[in-house]
Ligand binder design. Sequence first.
Ligand SMILES: NC(=O)c1ccc[n+]([C@@H]2O[C@H](COP(=O)([O-])OP(=O)(O)OC[C@H]3O[C@@H](n4cnc5c(N)ncnc54)[C@H](OP(=O)(O)O)[C@@H]3O)[C@@H](O)[C@H]2O)c1
Length: 333
Amino acid sequence: MTNSNRQWLINGRPVGRPLADDDFKFVETPVVEPNDGEVLVRNLYLAFDPALKGHMENISNYVAPTQIGEVMRGSGIGEVVASKAPGFAIGDKVMGGLRWQTYATVSAKELLKVVDDELLTANLGVLGTTGMTALFGLFKIGKPFVGDTMVVTGAAGATGSVVGQLGKIAGCRVIGVAGGAEKCAWLVEELGFDAAVDYKAGDLQAQVKAAAPEGIDVLWDNVGGRVFNDVLGEIAMHARVVTCGNISRHEPGMTPSGPANYFNLIFKRARMEGFIVSDWVDEFPWARARLARFIREGRLHYKEDIQQGIENAPSTLKRLFEGRNFGKQLLKL
Ligand SMILES: NC(=O)c1ccc[n+]([C@@H]2O[C@H](COP(=O)([O-])OP(=O)(O)OC[C@H]3O[C@@H](n4cnc5c(N)ncnc54)[C@H](OP(=O)(O)O)[C@@H]3O)[C@@H](O)[C@H]2O)c1
């Protein structure tokens, strides 16, 4: 077995600016053998989420602050290569906060065993935090009702694509907002969205108005900024606006100021509410089983965008903010 661990350390605070190369530092360190209760994991896949940049900025007050010099946080799937923990054997596949490195020495309490089947990597996306975000955010906050018109921003992304399909399962008319014709075509032709509009193709509010002439009952927002503001202008009476994320705040020159159309919440007696998915962590097991069933029944589809090589971890994270990922962003080590 190798005794070298390749790691990416946090080396900068990308506050108010895009990620830069020197926000990360690549090092090689000796692999740390496990103590009692720990396992040594060879990392196989890492998952990427816009929140990772927020953790580097130290603005995510729902997780412990990050330190300059710590191994970059991130969840992943790996294979146990040494174990001093009961119940974990060499060869087991496990998931957890394995961080940006080729080997992780972690407490077994922080790991979840996963089945090595065709849904292995789905545990990092549609069956992981991504799917949980979509399911709980939509049904606990968005409260879709059969026949509602639903609009999802960031619709071709990992979270948005699941939200939209769950909206269809709930009996809604679902319209996706995404960047580019290819992503919009995928939403309609492969995922069964009723319509998709390209926010990069001109007057977004007019496009949304044409697609949802009676207004939006459930607005799921992943992106904030100009896109959110345009869509917010088209909500219906008593709309539920689910504030899931604000990825546009990372755009150069884009401040996370309130949307100019916020007063529409008053006119339309609407409700806008944010959430953090970990609030429902106790319910994840049944939710995971339900989403897996939807996948196996062919009612829920997902796409993965798998980049290669630990050396490409920083550039893989950047893809999310450039709209270059098509599906759940993963990295195979
Ligand atoms: N509240 C929670 O608990 C929770 C949990 C997980 C994730 N989230 C949030 O959910 C959102 C989606 O996360 P994800 O992991 O599923 O990522 P993702 O949607 O797979 O990837 C990000 C996508 O955002 C779009 N985007 C990037 N910059 C944009 C901009 N300036 N304006 C409009 N769209 C832009 C891009 O798609 P286009 O090509 O279409 O532009 C990109 O592909 C994020 O905001 C994330 O922070 C929240």
